[in-house]
Design a protein around this ligand. Structure first.
Ligand code: NAI
Length: 241
């Protein structure tokens, strides 16, 4: 992977940061994109990458980040569309769906769905000439229920169908689009009630899967990874043929 370029959203902390670190260890030059300027700039300096302030809810900001990465490091070979939030900040009480405000609804849709659409819309046209891969961070919440945060689960379900459909539309193209669905990873987003020392995964363990998906993952692959178990591919249910 030496001399490749990667752009990662939500890269200042957690899974994105661990992926940035692992990619840079593989010789990849990384553009760390995030709204958290302090942590993002610090990480970028420590891995010899660059920090680009980027709010994934704003298409102009995402497009500017892709342009800035291209100007400073080169056309990205890899994109990791990873920025994501839960409906309420970590530590706040979860809300019954009828108590979620319209602003909270628009915020989670803005980060978790708009952010991925904007990322693909900005990245795919510039990446097609060189080829490469985009890995989207969904969640195992894409396959089951998450009663504490139905909107989070809805966005992650949506990402799986979205990515599979894009991959299908781009079959045979130069850019592979695939998905990582993590179990519980030890990051700031995780509610205390999910912090079970026996099942929580270090971000580095998950980052290894993301890097493998970027390098080797199939177009349309949806890969789940929970701690202590080998990652596995989640096949689509084909109901239309
Ligand atoms: P995190 O909170 O450490 O990382 C999220 C990053 O996204 C932060 O650096 C934050 O500043 C950034 N971000 C938030 N809003 C943004 C915006 N508008 N524009 C740009 N960046 C923004 O949490 P974590 O766990 O690393 O989350 C990364 C992804 O992994 C998310 O999509 C999350 O839903 C997903 N995930 C996390 C799991 C876990 O157990 N930690 C499990 C499954 C999925």
């Amino acid at each position: 992977m030496a001399d490749k370029v990667a752009l990662i959203t939500g890269a200042a902390t957690g899974i994105g940061a661990a992926t940035a670190e692992r990619l840079s260890e593989c010789g990849v030059r990384v553009a760390v994109c995030d709204i958290n300027e302090e942590a993002g700039a610090k990480l970028a300096e420590s891995i010899g990458g660059i920090f680009i302030p980027c709010d994934v809810t704003d298409y102009d900001s995402v497009q500017a980040a892709v342009s800035s990465c291209t100007d400073q490091l080169g056309v990205p070979d890899y994109g990791h569309l990873n920025a994501g939030i839960m409906t309420v900040p970590t530590g706040d009480d979860f809300l019954a769906i009828e108590d979620v405000s319209l602003e909270q609804y628009k915020r989670i849709i803005g980060v978790n769905l708009d952010g991925v659409f904007y990322g693909l819309k900005a990245l795919l046209p510039v990446m097609r000439g060189r080829g490469g891969a985009v890995t989207i961070t969904a969640s195992v919440a894409a396959f089951g229920m998450l009663p504490i945060d139905p909107l989070y689960s809805a966005t992650k379900h949506a990402l799986v169908g979205f990515a599979r459909s894009i991959a299908g539309a781009n079959e045979g193209g130069s850019v592979r689009v695939n998905v990582i669905c993590p179990g519980v990873v030890d990051t700031a987003i995780v509610p205390d009630s999910f912090r079970d020392a026996a099942t929580i995964m270090p971000p580095s363990e998950l980052a290894a899967e993301v890097v493998d998906l970027l390098e080797n993952g199939a177009n349309g692959e949806v890969r789940a990874k929970v701690t202590g178990k080998s990652a596995f591919v989640v096949p689509p249910v084909d109901v239309l043929s």
